[in-house]
Ligand binder design. Structure first.
Ligand code: DGL
Length: 283
């Protein structure tokens, strides 16, 4: 089926998921929306992230996407169920596939989760893990400082290593064997993380696992692109695309040739309150 896949994120980090999608699904057309005007999501309340997620999804849905990927871990943690109820297309986040991979990987049944404060406070990863196997021991660590360090480009910097040690040594101390990278930005510093935790701990990239899951969903539902030519990708952002294109390569693994700013405020006004029906924003 020649319809695009929609992907949204709070901003730039979701490009790490797009990188994996391009790898696993090279023939699919991808439409990306980065909410750069309202980043970060990881420090926001659950209610606000749900509202943003509904708005971001509605923006992409108007292009006739065949499937939606919530690339942002913070939004995946709180809003995937809501989006699945609201939209008529398949919706997947990054939590479920990350959890599945971690469960397959962990021999000691001791798993670490790292992510933004919103992701960790939501307990979304823990809840999913316990649904599969209540005997697993889960240790969570919010690592909010890593997001700005990655965006700053301090990938191999002393400050990044010190910050990583501060966050990760408590996880190493409790003898985990697997860590889920529960934030879009963390695959960019994967090598630094591996150096700090050592080679006995397996790192799971939720975005990569999500791309593999999407490949399976498209095949199962018979909606994969049948095109032999490579798919196209288009990037929309809600603020000036300057920084997005400038540092995007770090996340995407190739230059972000062009990104288009959309008038998101006007879109939201035109959508009106019908968008928020599933949300009781004032309870
Ligand atoms: N994309 C976010 C996530 O994966 C990180 C950046 C933010 O806080 O918005 O949680």
């Amino acid at each position: 089926m020649r319809k695009p896949i929609g992907i949204f994120d709070s901003g730039i980090g979701g490009l790490t998921v797009v990188k994996q999608l391009i790898h696993f699904l090279p023939n699919e057309d991808l439409l990306y929306f980065g909410d750069t005007a309202r980043i970060p999501y990881g420090t926001k309340s659950e209610k606000l992230i749900k509202q943003y997620a509904l708005e971001d999804a509605a923006f992409l849905d108007q292009f006739g996407i065949k499937l939606l990927i919530v690339a942002c871990n913070s939004a995946s943690a709180v809003a995937v169920d809501l989006l699945q109820m609201t939209l008529d297309i398949p919706v997947t986040g990054v939590i479920f596939p990350g959890v599945e991979a971690a469960l397959n990987e962990s021999k000691l049944k001791r798993i670490g989760i790292v992510g933004t404060s919103a992701t960790i406070n939501s307990n979304a990863y823990n809840k999913r893990i316990f649904e599969f196997d209540p005997s697993i021991k889960v240790f969570s660590q919010s690592c909010p400082l890593l997001v700005p360090l990655v965006e700053e480009g301090w990938l191999d910097d002393e400050i990044t290593y010190l910050t990583l040690k501060k966050y990760l040594i408590p996880l190493i101390d409790v003898n985990i064997d697997t860590i889920i990278l529960g934030c879009t930005h963390f695959p960019v510093i994967r090598e630094a993380i591996q150096t700090v935790v050592g080679n006995n701990i397996t790192l799971i990239d939720s975005g990569k696992e999500a791309a593999k899951l999407v490949q399976k969903i498209l095949t199962d539902l018979k909606i994969a692109s049948q095109e032999e030519s490579r798919g196209t990708f288009k990037f929309f952002v809600s603020d000036d695309p300057g920084k997005f294109t400038e540092i995007g390569e770090r996340f995407l693994g190739q230059p972000v040739i062009s990104a288009q700013r959309v008038d998101f405020d006007t879109f939201l006004i035109e959508q009106g309150p019908k968008l928020y029906k599933p949300l009781n924003l004032y309870d």
